[in-house]
Design a protein around this ligand. Structure first.
Ligand code: PEP
Length: 251
């Protein structure tokens, strides 16, 4: 049984005051034992607040990125160990904005996934093709390459220790989501790949869809057989909308 996981990626949004208002409202909406796992990914400046407001609640939280070295001369970076030390549960690894704006390559993404697991964090590994790659019929080739590169060295102790987010780059922040049938096809291929790579545990890893998910279309994705949740950017900035999306996972 794969519990749906719906995650909010706030990206570079929200001040301390805005975050406090959000956490308060979200905790009013979410019951003590929601049927969906909820995760908030605030910017680094808000992580301490996530710990303060969400610690002990049914809502988990994590970081949008972290550097794989535990400590050292890496000005401006925050380490995976430091994120784990704050009490985070999840770490996004290889979001397309990190890959394409900050030129993160597969090797670095793989190091982040490995470091997250070593520190006790659960990586959400983001994979996805660009529009020209899809149009050239290379979508699966690209996604498979990203999976293979990031997970090459990995041991998977349990399916709960990894989440994959399939996020076609052209659907992120554009208002144009993938067609549900294309998202399902890709998720099924990812699941087959995970089964092949990790055996039975691999087949139970949760796979999210991300890319312009909103309350109006969430059900189309969250009821697909191989999609176990969503990674949500824009629409997650409003706690009511985020909760509405999460509810679609079990409606
Ligand atoms: C994301 O940031 O991972 C994302 C999917 O963004 P949006 O929902 O805005 O497309």
């Amino acid at each position: 049984m794969r519990t749906p996981i719906v995650a909010a990626n706030w990206k570079m949004h929200k001040t301390v005051k805005e975050a406090a208002d959000y956490f308060r409202r979200l905790l009013e909406l979410v019951p003590a034992r929601p049927p969906v796992e909820l995760v908030i990914f605030p910017p680094a400046t808000i992580l301490w607040m996530a710990q303060k407001h969400l610690g002990g609640s049914a809502v988990a939280w994590g970081a949008q990125d972290a550097y794989p070295e535990p400590q050292g001369a890496f000005t401006g970076e925050i380490s995976v160990v430091q994120i784990a030390d704050l009490g985070a549960k999840y770490l996004i690894c290889g979001h397309s904005e990190r890959r394409h704006i900050f030129q993160e390559d597969d090797r670095l993404v793989g190091r982040k996934v490995g470091a997250a697991l070593e520190s006790g964090l659960i990586p959400i590994l983001c994979v996805g093709e660009r529009l020209e790659e899809r149009e050239a019929g290379r979508a699966w080739q690209v996604v498979e390459g990203q999976l293979a590169a990031a997970l090459a060295e990995l041991e998977l102790p349990s399916p709960a220790k990894l989440v994959i987010a399939y996020e076609p780059v052209w659907a992120i922040g554009t208002g144009v989501p993938a067609r549900p049938e294309d998202a399902q096809e890709m998720a099924a291929r990812i699941r087959d790949w995970l089964r092949e790579r990790f055996g039975k545990a691999g087949a139970q890893v949760r796979i999210q869809y991300g890319g312009s998910v909103k309350p109006e279309n969430a059900r189309e994705f969250l009821t697909l057989p191989d999609i176990d949740g969503a990674l949500v950017g824009g629409a997650s900035l409003d706690p009511d909308k985020f909760w509405a999306i999460a509810q679609a996972a079990t409606s």
